[in-house]
Design a binder for this molecule. Sequence first.
Ligand code: IMP
Ligand code: MG
Length: 185
Amino acid sequence: MDRDVARILFDAEAIGARVHALAGRITEIYRDRDLTLVAILKGSIVFAADLIRLIPLRLRLGFVAASSYRGARTTPGPLRIELPDDEPLEGRNVLVVDEILDTGRTLAAVVDAVRARGARDVATCVLVDKRARRAVAIEADHVGFEIDDAFVVGYGLDHDGQYRNLPYIGVLGAESLPARGPDPA
Ligand code: IMP
Ligand code: MG
């Protein structure tokens, strides 16, 4: 698996330092308020798992499934958002967490859905931001790393369902590069 990676962008130590910094900021912001994290499946689970353990507040955690019907990467279909039924969001301060912000469609749709559930405040946190690829006007409130347009794997990020378990974030070699769009979940 490691051999498929051509270049490491952020090793485990660099990721750890950034997650630590993000958690510190989030802790300060929500110190005297309620906090419900909503993590977007599946890619954000590694990031969310590390992040919550560095936030020493009484927080809640929910998951949201976002799936698109995009067959080819040029024609993304409508997104289907499945919010958690077990976590009430009405009147809550919600922090939506995703591992990567690409075109922005997923995050924008999840934010809309959380607002429609009656959340009081909705903020966003992503580990990686690919600003150059944005198709929807959305910026995350908390960003770990900014990268240029590259397809990255590891630390939750997949190609065709694989590589999520790599402890670092890297770029695949040409022979392992995606032939089609990324798994939207
Ligand atoms: P967006 O709706 O285009 O912003 O897409 C966000 C989703 O696409 C992310 O949650 C990832 O699942 C996936 N994605 C986007 N870029 C990458 C990448 O470089 N590697 C792996 N997955 C990606
Ligand atoms: Mg994702």
